[in-house]
Design a binder for this molecule. Sequence first.
Ligand SMILES: C[S@@+](CC[C@H](N)C(=O)[O-])C[C@H]1O[C@@H](n2cnc3c(N)ncnc32)[C@H](O)[C@@H]1O
Length: 286
Amino acid sequence: MTQFDAQIASTGTELPYTKADFQAIAKMVHAHAGICLPDGKAMLVYSRLSKLLRETGQRSFADYVELITHDATERARAIEALTTNHTKFFREDHHFNHFEQEVRPEMVARLKRGERVRMWSSASSSGEEIYSLAMVLLGTDRREGKQLLQNDIALLATDLSQNVLNVGEAGVYPTSATTDIPRRYFDCWTEKVGDDVRILKEVRDLVRFRKLNLLNPWPIKGQFDVIFCRNVMIYFDEPTKETLLSRLTEQLAPGGHLYIGHSERLIGDCAARYASIGQTIYRKIR
Ligand SMILES: C[S@@+](CC[C@H](N)C(=O)[O-])C[C@H]1O[C@@H](n2cnc3c(N)ncnc32)[C@H](O)[C@@H]1O
């Protein structure tokens, strides 16, 4: 029995679903989003797409494969459904500690000299990562933070999935999702709205949320001082990771900082252009 058959047998499927259907979907997701779906993900694909099959009136996965082969809008919906958007505030907090202690002081000094600051969360999911960064940049003194806001600061948050970008743009999160925000930032830069917590407008206004597939051309002018590209390369194959890292390197200003996820690493020629200065933290040196 193949791994696919074993998964189907152990869980059972209501809608007809074959290994060929899974392989066609995996091929399409890889081609359009770079995401690799190994055989072990067959049931995950089934459970995430069956709702879309029902909504579009398809009776089998074979019919749905046919639909998404020709219908780009439905294909985009299928790809979104297959992305993993897990994130949280101050995830991998050593990155934010490093940013606070080693990068922020220099940045604040530059802002005070009238220079600009640009930062990019390149697989932002629902915004927790970029808002964590924004809060640390603004600091724990509201008055000083408000003064910093008078300067030329722009933060970009991009993702493949429009659904998560909409959440980020609204900047409203269940209180339970905000418990990892250190009190000193929480008190300064959030407010209660009913049972939820909202990121203050002045912080939200710093961030532009934009839909962007990292595999496609990037309509981005200028370089960034800081790029976060965390927990997305894990879904890509080696050539895709290498191309992405090389493009990110071009988009990072000299001396800029790149933060990647805990199980990711620098590969390819671009690695020689960085100094490793902390756990999955790199400074561009050439
Ligand atoms: C696991 S989340 C990581 C979120 C955040 N960076 C963090 O570390 O908490 C991965 C995100 O990458 C996005 N993603 C996957 N493939 C992508 C692609 N080709 N282009 C842009 N975003 C992509 C997904 O939509 C998802 O929101």
